[in-house]
Design a protein. Sequence first.
Length: 324
Amino acid sequence: MTSAISFQSVSKLYSVKQGGERRDFKALDAVSFDIAQGEFFGLLGPNGAGKTTLISILAGLNRASGGRVLVHGHDVQADYGNARRHLGVVPQELVFDPFFSVREALRFQSGYFGIANNDDWIDELLDNLGLADKANNNMRQLSGGMKRRVLVGLALVHKPPVIVLDEPTAGVDVELRQTLWQFIAKLNQQGHTVLLTTHYLEEAEALCTRLAMLKRGQIVALASTSELLHEASSNVLRFKLDGALPPSLAQRARVTGRIVQIAASSAEEIELVLAQTRQAGLRPEDVEIRKADLEDVFLQVMSGSAASMPGSAFGDERKQGGTP
Ligand SMILES: Nc1ncnc2c1ncn2[C@@H]1O[C@H](COP(=O)(O)OP(=O)(O)O)[C@@H](O)[C@H]1O
Ligand SMILES: [Mg+2]
């Protein structure tokens, strides 16, 4: 079956000014991976990793410097119309026409895709997005969260088989996150492919069946969510501490105030960590051991400490992830 999305060695150079001089900055470096039809796929990465750049190239809003992107086999540059019809993109930035009402905006967008009499589906969208009572409000009267819902509606007016959401829940309330994920999960169950970028790793862990991690424009991990969770150190030692960790431990620890969390795969490793803290004259309190979650894996991958894991799903920075 044709891939829903195929990124083939996609590169992007931005020309940036630095100290009065122009130079090229590589925002994407030969990114390659495929997303199968029906997948719920998560693209993760810290700020500035290149997620929005990749998605804007996919959406035809930005031009790649090299490589190509196909949507259901249609090249987003050479065959833009067909690629665009298969895609619904919810952009990271809130952009819309403030003079339209919500319903007018959805009708106008339907018209753009050549769909007349779309009101049944528009009503379903309004219902599912908790917007039914806002249908006649002007866009400029809506709160940020409500505008975000309209953007989702706008992306879905033409029932695209591939739905792309760029940080749809950044800065929105818990209620919207719930409503939105229920709706997107339902669409995914009905066969729509979903590509999502998010900062909320617990969301990605709960929703996505497969994940790619992007770091400085390169794919550094590509695997199913469960593989990623298994291949990372499977346990995390958590304790409270007054005082600074010895440098050997500080490097690999996640520290929030007094709380220290360190990945440790075996009982021996756990003993060793505790012994090292005691040797440094420290007294760990409230010691707990828990299973690693996606945030632990993410931090390991981003800090490079997972790159050398034997036979693992984690590529190093020179390697690129392949196809599913
Ligand atoms: N139009 C642009 N001109 C120059 N640099 C840009 C432009 N857009 C993004 N960048 C840079 O490219 C990198 C990736 O940005 P972006 O794709 O927005 O990352 P993400 O969405 O993962 O936070 C960042 O370093 C950003 O500053
Ligand atoms: Mg972004």
